[in-house]
Design a protein around this ligand. Structure first.
Ligand code: SF4
Ligand code: SF4
Length: 238
């Protein structure tokens, strides 16, 4: 097995503050060198280590989620159900927020990461505002989206990943969203026929100068593109 390593700065941020996990990882065999060395440098992220630890049974799925940006706080949930009762999208989700948290704790990794639930989150923050324990199911949903994408899970019943990809491509190229280009790419990758139905609306927006055909670029778009490129370098490019 290739020796897994993590970046020093990343591991300091999460794992070096988790001595109980670090201690268990130290005992794993990988060529005699500690995975948890402060001197170990590579492009593997702390999160990659969490996955590695999970695969080896050192970390549970809930620990993997808790180590993902946005996943912290999941252990505070008392399963009161206020989040699910507040969620406008609960009926469309395979698993509403409360159930999703219960499943994460039960270690149902495949079921959670292949479900449509996180992708249907509207980021309305109703659940987060109302949670009596300060859990942030909104951020949790986005953390699960990241995990699912990074590990190539096929997500049923949602086109949200295609929308995200189109959005990021637009930002990377222009420094801001170019609505026409973004929607063009989105429909091309999902349902070109659906674009025909949207044509009357697109014409109306164009005539009202709300949807320019030619993108406008912002100052410093190269800097933004570099930030996105760096993010992909660190977290992978699914
Ligand atoms: S509202 Fe908060 S404590 Fe209650 S089930 Fe949802 S996440 Fe858990
Ligand atoms: S933020 Fe997402 S999960 Fe929370 S209530 Fe809104 S749609 Fe539901």
């Amino acid at each position: 097995m290739t020796e897994p390593r993590i970046s020093d700065s990343s591991c300091k941020s999460v794992f070096l503050t988790r001595p109980e996990v670090a201690g268990r990882l130290e005992n794993l065999p990988y060529g005699g060198q500690s995975l948890f060395s402060r001197d170990a440098h590579s492009n593997r992220s702390c999160y990659g280590l969490a996955v590695y630890a999970n695969i080896h049974g050192v970390m549970s799925f809930v620990e993997e989620v808790a180590a993902t940006p946005g996943g912290a706080g999941i252990r505070a949930c008392i399963q009161c159900g206020v989040c699910s009762g507040s969620c406008p999208m609960a009926d469309h989700m395979e698993y509403p927020p409360r159930k999703m948290i219960a499943m994460i704790r039960a270690g149902l990794r495949d079921e959670v990461l292949s479900s449509n639930a996180p992708w249907h989150c509207l980021s309305c923050y109703m659940c987060t505002v109302r949670c009596p324990r300060g859990v942030k199911p909104t951020e949790l949903a986005h953390a699960l989206e990241s995990l699912a994408t990074e590990h190539g899970y096929r997500v049923k019943d949602t086109r949200t990943p295609a929308m995200y990809r189109s959005f990021v491509q637009s930002i990377r190229g222009n420094g801001r969203v170019h609505e026409f280009g973004m929607m063009f790419r989105y429909f091309l990758s999902t349902s070109p026929m659906a674009a025909i139905k949207m044509t009357p609306l697109a014409i109306k927006l164009f005539l009202r100068q709300r949807m320019p055909l030619v993108p406008r670029h912002t100052k410093g778009k190269e800097d933004l593109a570099r930030i996105i490129a760096r993010f992909r370098e660190v977290r992978g490019n699914p």
